[in-house]
Design a protein around this ligand. Sequence first.
Ligand code: ZN
Length: 224
Amino acid sequence: MTVPTHHPGDTLLIDYAGGALDEAVSLAVATHLALCPCCRLNVAEMEAVGGALLEEIEPEAVDPASLEAVLARLDEHPPLPRAAAPVRPPKPIPVPLIPEPLRRYVGDDLSRLPWTRLMRGMDCCDIPLSGPPGGRSKARLMRLGPGVGPPHHTHRGVELTLVLDGGFTDDLGQFGRGDLSVADGSIRHRPVADEEGCLCLAVTDGLLRFTGALGLILNPFVKF
Ligand SMILES: [Zn+2]
């Protein structure tokens, strides 16, 4: 199994760990995680730090009498330095062509999906999301034949493209299975499918929330 070389980046992973992403973007990140042991490890560490922080602030929520009792016990026994729980990378296991959680949305038989032809060699299929209708985020599967790609373009929002099979190359590099491309308005590119074609999950979003509450708390504590 090849390991992805293009990752979501710390900001997206922190917001994912803090539950601050909407459904479509979260689906793209979660599907990347299914294919990327490196980012899974990063998210596990972020969640461990987040959990430790929540434990730290928990006494504020208890009633004063209990808090007093806890503080009295802390006086008796000075706290040991908190050691971060070691997180082991999971063993590599074969991942199906359509990994969870994407499989929950589209199943594993792509030939049964209602594909729409956009142009010669380029088909797409919208993925129905369970969130409220009218959201600006869209998720769709894209299938490109060898050497096929849209013209140069930029983006009004953010476009995430996760390669599921085959690959594509654009001005930013080559993307293979598991690689996630994050393109915003500052990026003008022309992705072209490699010679084996390309199957990818494409998410467009104008409402990315890069500053989730837990993300803000975690930011100073997470260093890579
Ligand atoms: Zn990754």
